[in-house]
Design a protein around this ligand. Structure first.
Ligand SMILES: C[S@@+](CC[C@H](N)C(=O)[O-])C[C@H]1O[C@@H](n2cnc3c(N)ncnc32)[C@H](O)[C@@H]1O
Length: 402
């Protein structure tokens, strides 16, 4: 079985994604004790080094690792972040990671056959493309030909979460062509093709992955935490809902109305955003949740809105729902607080998206190929189990409330 080393492992969702494909984790690293408690709860602590990536000793990573993964911090390259760029305090952790890959290759005499880096789409344009180019140049120097693709979690789960993945395969690997075809697609949209063209000095290639599915197999109703639905204290009081509706931009109020015209309850998600100095509710009505974020400020909490005929009720989404939107149905450790759960999942990768990508890009590196292509089976079953429960709590407020 080929082995992988997972850097910036967080709660271990890369591991959760790829172990069913026939990969075995032999090393994991993350700086956060809190996330490590979830990782350990699910996977044990055998291979986990809880420390700054800068302190990882290369001797601690076993020889013969085929794949290094790194979903490194995004805060400095995200459009919503501080824009400090790839040398910022957080995202700059990618450099010690790359240094480890280089030192590992020298020490063991063999570079890992593949690397996979993940980050927000903002990385492509960060610093006019120079940040991403710097990372790829570094990988080229270690011996990797690189592809850059965009995969959105919404191909697999009802969450919009576009992410950029850098796929590095050793130059000479037959599954990566010498030059990218340069045609725009959902996988390599215009920004990526432009990036390829602007950096002709770099060693790019096109890995053999198909277009991801257009739509997820499950809708928002499949991720609802029905137990939370029955907790009266979670739902907003009627006056708060009424005020929110009355202060909404008419476009968003109309979204609620049109959802209310459907038969039976419908679900939408909402973020509160500050517009012209006021916090207003903005509804996403396409059956897909907005991108999960870590709950660091008021605007980063996502809400679930239930619309039934012309009545709505609102509550914050729960950590269980965040987990399901990342493709996870395992329970968090006992005593883990709700906010910690939102933080852990909001910062994580989407399991079925990573499974799909690794299953296609690195399938040839697993001895017997994928062993468990079941990206959403158990998730779907477990979520539908609770669906029949009826919840009557929480005030339902008419959409036309003023
Ligand atoms: C985007 S999250 C990755 C989440 C992870 N893939 C998961 O599924 O949970 C980035 C992770 O990098 C970790 N991190 C940030 N700075 C680090 C550093 N200097 N050394 C090691 N880990 C670091 C954070 O604790 C966080 O878990």
């Amino acid at each position: 079985m080929p082995t992988f080393a997972e850097f910036f492992a967080g709660i271990g969702l890369v591991r959760m994604a790829i172990e069913p494909l026939g990969w075995q984790c032999c090393f994991a690293n993350d700086i956060s004790e809190e996330k490590a408690s979830v990782y350990t709860h699910w996977f044990g602590s055998d291979h986990l080094a809880i420390e700054d990536v800068r302190d990882v000793q290369i001797e601690d990573v076993p020889a013969g690792v085929a794949l290094f993964t790194a979903s490194f911090p995004c805060i400095d390259v995200s459009l919503a972040g501080n824009r400090n760029g790839i040398n910022g305090r957080h995202s700059g952790a990618v450099w010690p990671f790359l240094d480890l890959v280089a030192r590992y290759s020298r020490r063991t005499g063999a570079a890992p056959r593949a690397v996979l880096l993940e980050n927000v789409v903002g990385l492509i344009a960060s610093n006019g493309g120079r940040d991403l180019a710097g990372v790829i140049r570094n990988l080229n120097q270690i011996g990797y030909r690189c592809d850059v693709v965009l995969v959105d979690a919404k191909s697999f789960v009802p969450q919009s979460r576009p992410r950029v993945f850098i796929i590095g395969l050793q130059d000479g690997d037959p599954t990566i062509t010498r030059f990218p075809a340069g045609e725009e697609s959902r996988l390599r949209p215009a920004a990526v093709i432009k990036f390829f063209r602007q950096n002709r000095d770099l060693c790019f290639g096109e890995s053999s992955i198909p277009l991801p599915p257009r739509m997820p197999l499950i809708g928002l109703d499949s991720i609802v935490d029905w137990l939370a639905h029955n907790q009266a204290e979670l739902w907003w009081p009627p006056d708060k809902v009424a005020r929110l509706i009355s202060e909404m931009n008419p476009i968003h109020r109309e979204r609620l109305r049109s959802l209310g015209r459907a038969q039976g309850p419908r679900y939408a998600t909402m973020y509160r955003r500050v517009r012209q100095g006021r916090a207003v509710g903005e509804i996403r009505a396409d059956g897909i949740a907005g991108c999960l974020r870590t709950p660091v400020g008021g605007s980063s909490v996502q809400f679930l809105v239930e619309i039934d005929s012309d009545r709505i009720r609102i509550r914050p989404m729960t950590a269980i729902e965040y987990g399901r939107l990342q493709g996870v149905t395992l329970d968090l450790p006992a005593g883990f607080r709700e906010r910690q759960g939102l933080h852990a999942f909001g910062d994580a990768v989407c399991v079925p998206a990573v499974r799909w990508l690794v299953g296609h890009a690195f399938q040839h590196l697993t001895e017997s190929g994928p062993t468990g292509k079941r990206p959403l089976g158990p998730l779907r079953d477990r979520m539908l189990e609770g669906k029949k429960r009826i919840s009557s709590v929480g005030a339902r407020v008419p959409i036309h409330a003023r």
